[in-house]
Design a binder for this molecule. Sequence first.
Ligand SMILES: O=c1cc[nH]c(=O)[nH]1
Length: 218
Amino acid sequence: MTALSQAEPGRDCPLCPRLHDFIAQWRQREPSWFNAPVPTFLPPQGEDSVQLLIVGLAPGLRGANRTGRPFTGDYAGDLLYSTLIAHGLARGEFKARPDDGLELVGTAITNAVRCVPPENKPVGAEISTCRSFLVPTIARFPKLRAVLALGSIAHQSTVRALGGRVAAYPFKHGGQLPAGGVTLFSSYHCSRYNTNTGVLTEAMFVSVFSEIAAFLQK
Ligand SMILES: O=c1cc[nH]c(=O)[nH]1
C-alpha cells in the first residue's frame, strides 16, 4: 500500500459505524452531495511542496460533506480561505465550491475526523479511529514544518498523532510548540459559533497566520 492510500479512507469506510450510517442516511436524502469521507485538500505542486498542514475538526454537514472539499460550503471556510489568501498560502478566488479554482500554496488541509458527525460532534472512539488516517497524512509530506490545529479536539488528536502526550501539550489559542519534528500551532476553530460569540475574532485568527507565515519564512 502506498502512503497515499493509507492516508485517505475509502469512500465507503466502515470503521466508525455511527458515522457510516449517518452518511448512508444523507446519501439517501441528498444523493447529489459528496456524502463520503472528505479527502485532504492538496496544492497542485504536490506533497513535496507542503510545509504547512492545517487540521480541522470534521466536515460540516452542508459544507465539506456536501461539496467534498475541506472547509468549503459553510461559514468556517470563508474566514479560513480569505486568511490563507491574504498570507500567500492560497491563491485564486474562494467561491465556496470545489471547482472555484482556488489553489493552496505550500499548504494542505485535512480533518481530524474525515466523516461528517451528527451535530458536528465526533465521539472519542471516532476521533481515535480516524487518527489511523491522520498519522500517515502527517507522514506523507517530506518537507512538513508546521501543523496548525483548529480547535482543541484537532489539537489533541494531532498531539497524539505526533507521538506526544496531551497533558504535556495543552491546547492554547496562539500556542506554538515543537512536537514530533514539526512545530504545532493552535487556534480556536474558525466556526461561526466561535466568531459569533467572540471566542475568536478575525484579528486573533489573522495573528496566528502571521506567526505561521513568519515561521515558514525563517
Ligand atoms: O473543521 C471543519 C469545519 C468545517 N469544515 C471542515 O472541513 N472542517
